[in-house]
Unconditional design. Structure first.
Length: 293
């Protein structure tokens, strides 16, 4: 059940900052956390809780032992202690928060904590050289398009799988697209890359992961973002880095146009349930955000 409610401004604890939220990112993880199936990831607070794990906004107050952030700074980061970001104010963990650099909008910055840093992490983990081939399984969502754009920027040859509605955005950034609703994915992929892919980034999981995993030249170069059963196939789960250094790196890549998110929907806070529903049902193409301020 989702509903709006009033709450006092959270009080930042040690190592936290209170921010006025300008923009919140919407992610599949939000509805997973709502289900209660993942315990402790967002501070382990009891329900009712505010959803949302990434935000951009302005620092209103600091707790003790906060370095590098001042009141009035424009920042973006992770709400890892249960404050939630679908709200007018929230607390962010200071070590997982960075200043928004000049020239970067709050809307773009709000997509980077989850989407941007995940794209950086999976491609760093693969470590493929320019000219290598990579398959992005589930390329049409926010993370998938970010991975694909960054991979193209690194000189990789990118193939992506998705539904028909995801084709336009993927092909616009140079992805060879396989429509899983109209083609046999494995057959189409083998036709494009007969010798197998140098790397596979899986964002779909389940049966889809098991369909594409054999297409990798080396099983260990299958990196899954959501399906933690990937070691059973010889692959690896993404190694996440959510610190300030990686946020700042993602912001620089965004400024350089190498990590430009495809933002396809901007909802007001009053429309947050619809924003989350779009992501939850898999219909979102690109990134969905909530504009709060």
């Amino acid at each position: 059940m989702q509903e709006f409610f009033d709450r006092p401004d959270p009080v930042p604890g040690r190592g936290e900052v209170l921010i006025r939220v300008d923009v919140a990112g919407v992610n599949p993880l939000d509805h997973v956390l709502r289900s209660g199936l993942v315990d402790g990831l967002d501070g382990g607070r009891p329900f009712p809780r505010v959803l949302g794990m990434e935000a951009a906004g302005t620092v209103l107050a600091r707790g003790e032992d906060v370095d590098g952030l001042e009141v009035g700074d424009a920042v973006f980061g992770f709400a890892l202690t249960g404050g939630g970001t679908y709200a007018e104010t929230t607390v962010l963990s200071a070590p997982n928060t960075a200043r928004i650099p000049d020239g970067l909008s709050a809307t773009v910055a709000a997509t980077l904590p989850v989407t941007g840093t995940t794209a950086v992490d999976v491609l760093d983990q693969l470590g493929l050289p320019a000219g290598a081939t990579v398959l992005v399984n589930g390329v049409g969502g926010g993370v998938g398009l970010a991975v694909a754009r960054l991979a193209v920027g690194r000189g990789l040859r990118v193939t992506g799988t998705g539904s028909t509605a995801k084709r336009e955005h993927a092909e616009a950034i140079g992805v060879r697209f396989i429509d899983y609703t109209a083609e046999d994915v494995a057959a189409a992929a083998r036709e494009l890359v007969p010798d197998g892919f140098d790397g596979i980034v899986d964002l779909a999981g389940g049966v889809s992961l098991r369909t594409v995993a054999p297409l990798a030249r080396e099983p260990r170069n299958v990196i899954a973002v959501g399906d933690m059963s990937v070691p059973e196939l010889g692959g690896r789960f993404v190694e996440r880095r959510v610190d300030r250094e990686n946020l700042e790196r993602s912001a620089r890549l965004a400024l350089d146009g190498l990590l430009a998110p495809v933002i396809t929907a901007v909802h007001p806070l009053s429309d947050a349930p619809a924003a989350l529903a779009t992501v939850e049902n898999g219909h979102a193409s690109g990134k969905v955000v909530i504009k709060v301020a």
